[in-house]
Design a binder for this molecule. Sequence first.
Ligand SMILES: Nc1ncnc2c1ncn2[C@@H]1O[C@H](COP(=O)(O)OP(=O)(O)OP(=O)(O)O)[C@@H](O)[C@H]1O
Length: 324
Amino acid sequence: MKSNSLKNHVDRLSAGYLIIGKWHKHRYTIVRKLGSGATGTVYLAEDGLSQLVAIKVALDNMAITSEVNVLKHLSKVEGKILGPELIDVDDLVTSDGNIPFYVMEYLKGTSIIDYVNGKGAEWLGLFAVQLLGDLENLHREGWVFGDLKPDNLLIVGSPKRIRWIDVGGTTLLGRSIKEFTEFFDRGYWNLGSRKAEPSYDLFAVAMIMINCEYPERFEKRAGNLEDLFQKKIMESQRLQPFCSILMKAIRGNYTRAGEMKSELIQLLGDSPKGKKKSSVVKQTNKSRKVKKRSQKKPSFLIEFFLILSLLILCYILYLFGQMM
Ligand SMILES: Nc1ncnc2c1ncn2[C@@H]1O[C@H](COP(=O)(O)OP(=O)(O)OP(=O)(O)O)[C@@H](O)[C@H]1O
């Protein structure tokens, strides 16, 4: 009975509800629910300075402690922002008992699938490079992200940057993956084990790129699954340029995120100081030009698109510069 009403507290904190932490006495006013997951519920709230924060409330003390430990660990990685910043950890006192919660940076952003929708292959490549850079740092710290999927990623800020949320699946290297989602899990596709190693996350990166092109996802079926992926990749104009890299990640041929990242950067043709025009960009431009020629559009439109492509290319170069 008591645990039912505690559960109601966790799930149903309404707008305006004031949380005063038992230990630190910080005050947070609930704005709205952001969503619920396997371990708890996340709320958007305002802190005492009217700054927006995200608060995760959960009945499972162990789950909260484990996520807090991961966030604390990630915040110690010097010069790198991995995961949302941890702001506070406390208990919410109710008449039915205490409920643990933690407060983190609120990441306001767009889902990667929505963000890249209708954009060129270079955007997909750029976010994959950013994500691989973060994974490289995470793996170096001895962790594997585990439950890597678009729901746990957001595109935030300006310049645009991929950020991850929900570190609940983060697992120590060598252990068994704690949490996974079938489509992004190589074990589900019989293409590897659920041992926490970098190649587990790299498989998921490839699947995230594929998911951006196939938002409805697709089912496992009898037969050679590598052939299924190859076919799906080759049927998509946006994924085609990445085919050999994606297949290497799917087959588990990369042992480090850095290897996959360098090959992507090379493919995009733009090393940090690179001047060469990206083959992906070239390919995108070429197909745009062919289309335009065949449609015999007025020349000012062609100029407009060329200038636009050039601006996008410069922006991407700038973003690479920011990452280094
Ligand atoms: N720091 C944050 N900033 C903004 N939104 C967040 C933040 N953390 C979580 N969210 C959002 O809150 C919702 C719930 O997140 P949570 O991590 O609890 O569960 P989940 O990812 O849906 O599920 P599961 O934990 O089962 O994978 C998600 O929609 C997520 O996008």
